[in-house]
Design a protein around this ligand. Structure first.
Ligand SMILES: [Zn+2]
Length: 175
């Protein structure tokens, strides 16, 4: 049995959260992640290197790196507009709906609660149990202590991260 305890950050985390339908679309960090993902995808499609992207934006590589840093939420509209222009795209910003913070909108889990999730190791929908784990980030630089995660009952792989655990990950990332 293989036990994977590495929490992948970046696009992997995005997939990981999206699979679990736990993508928080309301925080600045989440907005930035979604934006960076779109810009990087478009750069790949257009075979744009960071250097040529920076040149098109009339900016420095370090400014572009800040734009592409998922944890840096201090993005200006000017930079955003210039990135969109460099990619031949337009930005569409909308305020939609209302944010519901009620218990009905997002389940709240306790240790020992069970659920179902897609296990990447078993490649199947499996039964999972919520457990507290010390989860190292993918670059092994930091460990998120006592993180509530859903663990595959078959192989012990971490299959998901409930919404309520995201602040703990963000806190560790920004420490
Ligand atoms: Zn599994």
């Amino acid at each position: 049995m293989k036990t994977s305890t590495t929490l992948h950050i970046g696009s992997d985390l995005e997939d990981f959260l999206a699979e679990e339908n736990m993508l928080d679309t309301t925080t600045a960090a989440a907005l930035k992640r979604a934006l960076v993902w779109q810009i990087q995808t478009e750069m790949k499609l257009q075979h744009l290197t960071k250097t040529s992207m920076a040149k098109r934006m009339n900016t420095s590589r370090s400014s572009l790196d800040r734009l592409l840093d998922e944890n840096d939420t201090s993005l200006t509209l000017t930079t955003l507009a210039s990135a969109a222009q460099a990619l031949g795209k337009q930005i569409k910003i909308e305020l939609v709906g209302t944010v519901s913070r009620g218990r009905n909108s997002m389940p709240f889990y306790n240790t020992g609660d069970t659920s179902k999730a897609l296990c990447s190791e078993c490649e199947a929908i499996v039964s999972t149990t919520f457990q507290l784990r010390d989860v190292p980030l993918s670059d092994n630089s930091k460990v998120v202590k006592d993180l509530l995660v859903s663990v595959c009952d078959c192989c012990g792989n971490i299959c998901g991260l409930p919404q309520q655990s995201l602040p703990f990950v963000h806190r560790t990332l920004t420490q």
